[in-house]
Design a protein around this ligand. Structure first.
Ligand code: AMP
Length: 292
């Protein structure tokens, strides 16, 4: 496994791979790698691509400075896991490497409604920071395939928008991969290490909330979206969540709120427990309703 700290050395090596007709798979991360990240590495390996993983805790996407300070860092362990998984290249840039002109006066990305809805509304500037760094990483790596987790559902939509609106050469195919969960159902997240065992149990209320919606829909219960949202929020608060940022029933393509439960939709959740902000989502299709 090769480790690069500068764009130039990484690009030289990638050019060499390309000259041998290899395709490049890219998994951008902020480190503190877990099974969710490793599933993306696995998908990239399975595609036959040479796999590049970047580890960079991007300061400009944290709207809360405390969250940035507390972000877990486990670099040695991360490198061991990547090596074991057969990742070929790791990009470990410094802040100066990614922000040579500093972090003021960054480009603005027109994201339209994606920046106004849900995560966009609750984390001002977050997606601008994500776009700046992902754009720079994509220019450095120039991958054929980009692997991202659907756990960050809106982030996938934002990056799809970025790819569609800026021309990348070679063109990039974005693959959104399933959310990896603990056996309990809790979506795995780097931030979970900040939760106590008790809080992890309480956090399961998100997953249970999805199940309750699925059951209600399978029974064809006459229930409104507003009631489902209100009940879900109350369940989270009763379970011990401090506060709920949003529970959204949304169109999976536009992320706009839906009014009709009979079409495919996604439920997006963001809530705080023990001062830690968790996000999760679940796609609801008619196939799912039938299986209950
Ligand atoms: P992060 O390090 O949190 O920026 O995440 C890097 C990538 O891993 C993003 O594409 C995430 O969506 C993805 N990811 C994070 N958690 C999971 C998970 N539990 N399952 C699948 N992918 C995940």
């Amino acid at each position: 496994m090769k480790i690069f700290e500068t764009k130039l050395t990484l690009q030289d090596f990638i050019d060499e791979c390309r000259s041998k007709n290899a395709s490049i798979g890219f998994v951008p991360t902020m480190g503190a790698l877990h099974e969710g990240h490793m599933s993306l590495i696995k998908k990239s390996k399975e595609s036959g691509a040479i796999t590049v993983c970047s580890i960079f805790v991007n300061p400009t996407q944290f709207n809360d400075p405390k969250d940035f300070e507390k972000y877990p860092k486990t670099i040695q362990e991360d490198l061991e896991n990547l090596e074991k998984a057969g990742c070929e290249l790791v990009f470990l840039p410094s802040v100066a490497e990614m922000y040579p002109q500093g972090m003021n006066q960054l480009p603005q990305y027109p994201l339209g409604r994606l920046e106004e809805l849900w995560e966009g509304a609750h984390r001002p500037g977050h997606f601008q920071g994500v776009c700046v760094i992902v754009h720079r990483l994509l220019e450095a790596v120039r991958p054929d395939i980009l692997f991202m987790g659907s756990k960050d559902f809106q982030q996938v939509a934002v990056i799809q928008h970025l790819i569609a609106n800026y021309s990348f050469e070679p063109p990039i195919k974005l693959i959104s991969c399933e959310t990896i969960r603990e056996a309990s159902g809790l979506a795995i997240s780097s931030r979970n290490v900040r939760l106590s065992e008790e809080q992890k149990k309480q956090a399961l209320a998100i997953y249970q909330g999805f199940d309750i919606i699925r059951t209600a829909l399978a029974k064809q219960a006459q229930v409104s979206i507003a009631t489902l949202e209100k009940n879900f929020e109350q369940q989270l608060l009763d379970a011990g969540f401090d506060s709920v940022d949003y529970i959204a029933f949304a169109d999976p393509n536009t992320l706009e709120p839906i009014t009709d439960l009979s079409l495919t939709f996604v439920v997006l959740v963001a809530a705080f427990i023990g001062g830690v902000r968790l996000i999760d989502n679940q796609l609801f299709t008619h196939e799912l309703f039938k299986r209950v």
